[in-house]
Design a protein around this ligand. Structure first.
Ligand code: 3UK
Length: 514
């Protein structure tokens, strides 16, 4: 049993992640980034320098430091340096639009923005008073002048340490505060007990540090385990990912299903991945087809697990060496999860319902949003994920987001079940299924992008073939009403298919084929 946090002892997660590493393995390379190699000692010094820059600027504890940077050593200095100073870093995507930054800066009342000079974030005018620090112009000099040592802010385990913004498909992003101890909880339970990450590992995450998934994979997992991280500022195109894997030889690779699917279209994947011992997928359910094709191409299994910004990281996962394809796996040690009905009663095995989760790293509520907090963080600390799941023999299977499920006749139909069948067809690269309304009744409708060899076959014949392909494999309630070809399916920056956009598209459809 964990001892409850006393809340008395001083605890600063930046010191926790760095001081011991610098003392025990100061000369070890902590960060590989392009041609740059940064030792643990240098990371500690630069984190202190960043903290001292904040001190010089008069930034106070709990003030927000927005970090809109690509994956780079400076991201680490800004994130951990803010925490060391007692300020709250707020990592956000560095590829957003000015209007997004205007909202985020105002919502967080950020006192400091760390970004690059030519970024859209840099151009954004904030209503509040906000220093702008440019990683590529000026910040380096400020840090050069700052001392490489300094005091650590005397926080406690349960104090807030940083925020993330929930990426929510619709509506405005919400600030998700996390505490100093939350990172320890995720790292010790998931990274150590499930993935068995140790000192000799080199971690590379194709998902970026501003995403809750990437932040663990690329920053506090390796630092908590005394391992190394590969930070790649470039976009996760198949070429860039393969180049980085070949050059830096990571032992653990993290991505979302779309990363694996895109790499699978390249050559020489097996030889590029020969240093890798574990491949992890999250962000969306991993279609079994991708699991099997990856295994065939590389000999490696992909370990799927579900996490969320609110829970900080993965709380249900398969185990390396014991993967059940098509499921999210079992509850990670240190967490509890169950499937409940609308009023919140636990459902028996095999029944589909709402997935709720509880555990130390789950946020206590959104920043300044009491209504939404009450809706999603239930009494007893259970967080309502918004996902529909079934549980059997301790294995949890995703059926789709609550608002993506289709009511056909009187029964719920999982869009994913139909998507997974479409993905088995050799022409299909990506697939998403949404409901379409015909005479007031909902029926499944498919959107697909095609593999390169089939791009010039976007015709009636192929759509009829795909409808038949589904009809032969699934009961009638799951047959597709029609299918539409797209060059690419709409996705969030974190790699989730935006089904709500397809639903809007669907409402515009006039002619339905069958
Ligand atoms: C969906 C999955 C099925 C699911 C994340 C830390 O994705 C992460 O955080 P977000 O807040 O989104 C959470 C939502 O994404 N999802 C994530 N993983 C899976 N659905 N199978 C999965 N394996 O709807 C969840 O509610 O952006 C954050 C660490 C890992 C993460 N995936």
């Amino acid at each position: 049993m964990r001892r409850p946090a006393t809340g008395k002892k001083r605890f600063n997660i930046a010191s926790e992640l760095l001081d011991e590493n610098a003392a025990l393995r100061g000369k070890k390379i902590a960060i590989f980034s392009g041609k740059e190699r940064v030792t643990y000692r240098l990371v500690l010094e630069n984190v202190n320098r960043f903290a001292n820059v904040l001190k010089t600027l008069g930034v106070k504890p709990m003030e927000r430091v927005m970090v809109a940077l690509s994956d780079s050593p400076m991201f680490v200095y800004a994130f951990l340096g803010s925490i060391r100073h007692g300020a709250w870093p707020v990592p956000v995507n560095n590829m957003l639009e000015e209007s997004d930054y205007a909202y985020l800066l105002e919502n967080s009342e950020a006192r400091v923005l760390v970004t690059e000079k030519a970024s859209k974030a840099a151009r954004t005018r904030s209503t509040g008073f906000c220093y702008k620090l440019f990683a590529d112009d000026g910040l380096g000099l400020l840090m050069y002048d700052a001392a490489a040592h300094g005091e650590t802010y005397p926080s406690r385990e349960s104090d807030i340490a940083f925020w993330l913004y929930s990426t929510g498909c619709t509506g405005k992003p919400k600030g998700v505060p996390h505490r100093h101890i939350d990172m320890i909880h995720s790292a010790d339970n998931y990274a150590k007990k499930v993935l068995r990450i140790g000192e000799s590992d080199i971690l590379f995450s194709a998902s970026k540090l501003h995403f809750a998934y990437g932040l663990g994979n690329g920053l506090y997992f390796p630092f908590r385990c005394g391992a190394s991280t590969v930070l790649d500022p470039s976009a996760p195109s198949p070429g860039n990912m393969l180049r980085t894997v070949s050059a830096c030889k990571p032992t653990v690779f993290f991505g979302v299903p779309a990363h694996y699917n895109s790499i699978l279209k390249s050559d020489n994947v097996k030889s590029a991945f020969k240093s890798v011992r574990a491949c992890i997928s999250a962000g969306e359910a991993l279609p079994p087809g991708i699991f099997y094709r990856w295994k065939e191409a590389t000999g490696l299994e992909i370990v799927d697990g579900i996490g969320s910004t609110e829970a900080l990281h993965i709380f249900i996962s398969n185990m390396p060496g014991n993967v059940k394809p098509g499921t999210s796996g079992r509850v990670v040690p240190g967490y509890e999860a169950k499937v409940v009905d609308d009023p919140g009663r636990e459902l028996p095995p095999g029944k589909t319902g709402h997935l709720v989760v509880r555990g130390e790293s789950v946020t206590k509520g959104y920043w300044n949003k009491p209504e939404e907090s009450k809706e999603q963080v239930l009494p007893g600390g259970w967080f309502k994920t918004g996902d529909m799941y079934t549980q059997e023999d301790g294995y949890f299977t995703c059926r789709g987001r609550g608002d993506d499920m289709l009511m056909v006749g009187n029964a719920w139909v999982s869009p994913m079940e139909i998507e997974n069948v479409l993905l088995e067809h050799e022409a299909v690269h990506e697939a998403a299924v949404v409901g379409c309304f015909v005479d007031g009744l909902s029926e499944p409708f498919g959107y697909v992008s095609l593999n390169e060899d089939y791009r010039d076959r976007q015709d009636e014949d192929l759509s009829r073939e795909l409808l038949q392909f589904v009809s032969k494999r699934l009961p009638e309630s799951k047959w597709l009403r029609g299918v539409r070809f797209m060059d690419e399916l709409p996705k969030t920056p974190t790699g989730k298919i935006q089904r709500f956009k397809l639903k809007d598209e669907q409402r515009k459809e006039v002619t339905l084929c069958r």
